[in-house]
Design a protein around this ligand. Sequence first.
Ligand code: HEM
Length: 518
Amino acid sequence: MGQDETDLTLTNRQGHPVTNNQNIRTVGNRGPATLENYDFIEKISHFDRERVPERVVHARGAGAHGYFEAYGTVGEEPVSTYTRAKLFQEKGKRTPVFVRFSSVIHGGHSPETLRDPRGFAVKFYTEDGNWDLVGNNLKIFFIRDAMKFPDMIHAFKPDPITNIQDSERFFDFCSSSPESFHMVTFVYSPWGIPANYRMMQGSGVNTYRWVNSEGKAVLVKYHWEPKQGIKNLTQQQAGEIQATNFNHATQDLYQAIEREDYPEWELLVQMMSDEEHSELDFDPLDDTKLWPEDQFPWLPVGKMVLNKNPEDYFTEVEQAAFGTGVLVDGLDFSDDKMLQGRTFSYSDTQRHRVGANYLQLPINAPKKRVATNQSGGQMQIRTDRASGQNPHINYEPSILGGLTEASQPGKEHTPYVAGQVKRESIDRQSNTKQAGETFRRFEEWERADLILNLVTDLSRCDSRIQAKMIALAEEADEEYGRRLREGLQQAPAESSGQSPLGNKDAGEAPAQAVRKGR
Ligand code: HEM
């Protein structure tokens, strides 16, 4: 450190003390400027590069650190009966986690009151390396085939000409994709606007497998249940918050952790034997379906506590990279077609969004030994060599002291797969039945808000789209269809192009709107 330097002395990135941070270097004090002014050029050109591409979806988010604590059991049984994943085995065992919550469709600073699913992505830094559980607040999804994802997102995002989100484009896609009707029923109800991030559920949505020490597998779905209770907003309530605050969910999470009111969720799983289950009227690999709780109970396996805010938003939250391919021993994929498409997409986009060495960043790197022959690429900050490794041997196999393969930790799960290769949708589609069940399970204020919100947005749509949506609602439930039809008959045709959302009131949500419910 220079003679007069203290820990607070400003330097540039080369470590040179900055003696004048107010003025660029000029010929005389009125300019022109000189180009060799390193401090200025370093400062401004770094600023010019402050942004990385935002996430193509889920751009707006908030994050927090914490831990997961295992119960050692799944329901009444030892968890080892079903999975050998180490993080679950021992009662009280803690695994550090980082969680990122998000909204989906709009950009990095969009209001957190918008009707949208919410992301709920958890990175577990386990002793076996990282496990990412990349979920949403709702337990199902709009589509069941990854092929449709880019079209779905194009229809939901702002119009390519006007840059305005347009409900006609949304319902055009959804009415022509009837598998989306169950999810539309949730998203257009108060469940589409969680009150904040602390008071919402999470779900892995897609079907995974658990594998035990004998290599036997079961199908599982993961769910997070908030200890804070669940709270959702009517459109009217969301509009009132949005009028004065469009950061309320990030603020709520940050402030709760600062005042040491740490949010908690219990992790529960539903299990099914690893078969096609022809007795069910839906396919267990179809992510537009709930697994009925009375047949497949929610079994607790542990809890998660978030107790530390990020120290820097960009370093930790923006650069965090979650992916469905990031699993540890004892956890496996299923043949769920969405899951398989997702698993390619996440690390692909992250190599573009964050860079080839995104896994070297502290937020993404496992908190355990990494030893790999992968090397090079932009922004490599270290080689991940083993301490005893011959540094000349960056390949495998070798007898000269390079890295060697690990032994198989347990019996491998090796499912037998045979069939014709084809492009076809699944047989048991049952597109509207569960939407009807969900409609009937809703409380009356939730049904009223759902109908109001659908009518408000559908009234601006082409009458053919309205007719298709009414037909889907009628197929789901007689009352659902009737109320939607009557609502649309009474609604004035909207042509202003302005979303009328928020202008009307579905009636008050009960004061005790904190609810349990699946
Ligand atoms: C983020 C693709 C379905 C939950 C993303 C990102 C992509 C993507 C490219 C941005 C990742 C990044 O930049 O780091 C897809 C594809 C899907 C799909 C191709 C279907 C084929 C789903 C489903 C869920 C989900 C069904 C819910 C379970 C999330 C979450 C994030 C995300 C929570 C944000 C993660 C974060 O906080 O960084 N998705 N997604 N996605 N997706 Fe998906």
